[in-house]
Design a binder for this molecule. Structure first.
Ligand code: ATP
Ligand code: MG
Length: 428
């Protein structure tokens, strides 16, 4: 039975070993070859010699990144870094790699992001790149566990839809037989229908599509959205769930992912206590005190968000956004309706989540649709769910790649996406 590199430490001197992996490096001296074999758990030195190893002469010809199966004996009489090596009896080529490689795995010169993404299958062989996706997996696992334990039902809503969630131009059109359809921007409308349906608490992890034309380090045209919606709840309940969900995800990540191998730039800290809150109006005051001019009803620029974010060391909420800036389904604040029961979760200048209490009164909802220039007839499948008993409800949507970006302190959201879809890229 083959074992992994990380399991070698439990093996004794002289024990027979079968290992599979990629040839990361090879050094051929006169009567000895040193190979570095890599699998998903680490690397190990393999030594081959003419009197020890079958077909020794062919070994020097093996190209980097060829897939090998090595049979040999473990020894600790070695000068290799790990204190272990394998004396090879045979080195079998399972599948040869072409040479030269379009992207080096261990070459010290860092390749540009486009070359890396074009050759993503090679890029992901670098342990520090694979770590990004192990991190994402553990983070999501921790969040999923939290929502499951808090009584949320995981759901899957359609991604081919007839109406735009928020209207606007950020939609990809799809020819759906005789009809015109769209790829969903967000599961918003369906999540809300499920609250009327009585599921009470739902969460979804799925793709969201945005035909945004701009090319930025924090936008993708397809991203992974974590969404929740809760019945008989308001924006404060939704913020609480978000805060605890994010903390649980990071806690799980820290105790499960091999973060010890993370680059030092990724200072992963589990946030504690309540995330501070600042209202939109307070943000304007703060910015004005720093010499910025912001008109009520305008969105903050990335530079302004940097200024606001510099006051906080970790996650923080911006609450009570102007109703005019938020989608039609956002509940206005009772008694102060120019602002809304809405919030964004922020980390430095990055928006991680948008959420709110939602409108549950069908008449107000219809009015809000019209005021945003949308046609209520296009939304009748949605409005119907409000006419026969819709509980008050609240929820949010969180961009998973953005969360990974800030946790690992990456520069570009494409690094946190296996196969990014952006303005110019649809392959691989
Ligand atoms: P932004 O203002 O940053 O463009 P948004 O306010 O348009 O974001 P929302 O509709 O509020 O985005 O979506 C909820 C969350 O989904 C955002 O907070 C963000 O984390 C994520 N998100 C939104 N658009 C994108 C995108 N194009 N690429 C990656 N993540 C995104
Ligand atoms: Mg938003």
């Amino acid at each position: 039975m083959p074992i992994t590199v990380s399991e070698l430490k439990n093996k004794g001197e002289g024990e027979e070993i079968l290992l599979n992996g990629w040839l990361q490096e090879i050094r051929n001296l006169k009567k000895i070859s040193f190979l570095v074999l890599r699998d998903h758990t680490g690397t190990i030195q393999i030594t081959a010699k003419p009197d020890l190893t079958e077909n020794y002469d062919s070994i020097s010809q093996i190209t980097r990144e060829t897939v090998l199966s090595v049979h040999g004996n473990l020894t600790r009489k070695t000068q290799s870094k790990s204190g272990i090596e394998i004396l090879a009896k045979s080195v079998k080529v399972l599948n040869e790699a072409k040479s030269p490689l379009p992207l080096g795995i261990i070459d010290p010169v860092g390749a540009d992001i486009e070359t890396r993404l074009t050759n993503r299958f090679l890029d992901l062989r670098k342990p520090e790149v694979a770590l990004i996706f192990r991190t994402e997996s553990e983070l999501l696992w921790g969040m999923r566990e939290f929502f499951h334990d808090s009584g949320f039902v995981e759901v899957h809503t359609p991604k081919i839809v007839a109406a735009a969630t928020e209207g606007g131009a950020d939609l990809f059109q799809v020819q759906y037989f005789e009809k015109q359809a769209f790829l969903n921007q967000s599961p918003q409308l369906y999540k809300e229908i499920l609250i009327s349906a009585g599921l009470n608490r739902v969460f979804e992890v799925g793709p969201a599509f945005r035909a945004e034309k701009h090319n930025t380090p924090r936008h993708l045209n397809e991203f992974t959205s974590i969404d929740i919606e809760m019945g008989f709840a308001d924006h404060n309940d939704a913020m609480h769930m978000l805060q605890e969900g994010v903390k649980s995800g990071i806690r799980h990540l820290v105790s499960h992912a091999p973060v010890s191998t993370a680059p030092p730039s990724a200072k992963i800290q589990i946030p504690e206590g309540n995330f501070p809150r600042i209202t939109y109006r307070e943000c304007i005051k703060k910015l004005e005190s720093k010499g910025e001019k912001v008109k009520f009803g305008e969105d903050f620029t990335p530079e302004q968000l940097k200024l606001i974010g510099s006051e906080f060391t970790s996650f923080y909420f911006i609450t009570e956004w102007p109703s005019s800036l938020r989608a039609f389904y956002t509940q206005p604040k009772p008694g102060d309706e120019v602002v809304s029961n809405s919030f964004d979760l922020q980390y430095r200048e990055y928006e991680i989540t948008s959420g709110a209490q939602r409108v549950h009164d069908p008449l107000l909802l219809e009015e809000r649709l019209k005021s945003k220039g949308l046609n209520p007839e296009d939304f009748s499948f949605y409005l119907n769910a409000f006419r026969y008993g819709m509980p008050p409800h609240a929820g949010w949507g969180l961009g998973l790649e953005r969360l990974v970006l800030i946790i690992l302190n990456l520069q570009n959201i494409r690094e946190a996406t296996l196969f990014p879809r952006d303005r110019t890229r649809i392959t691989p």
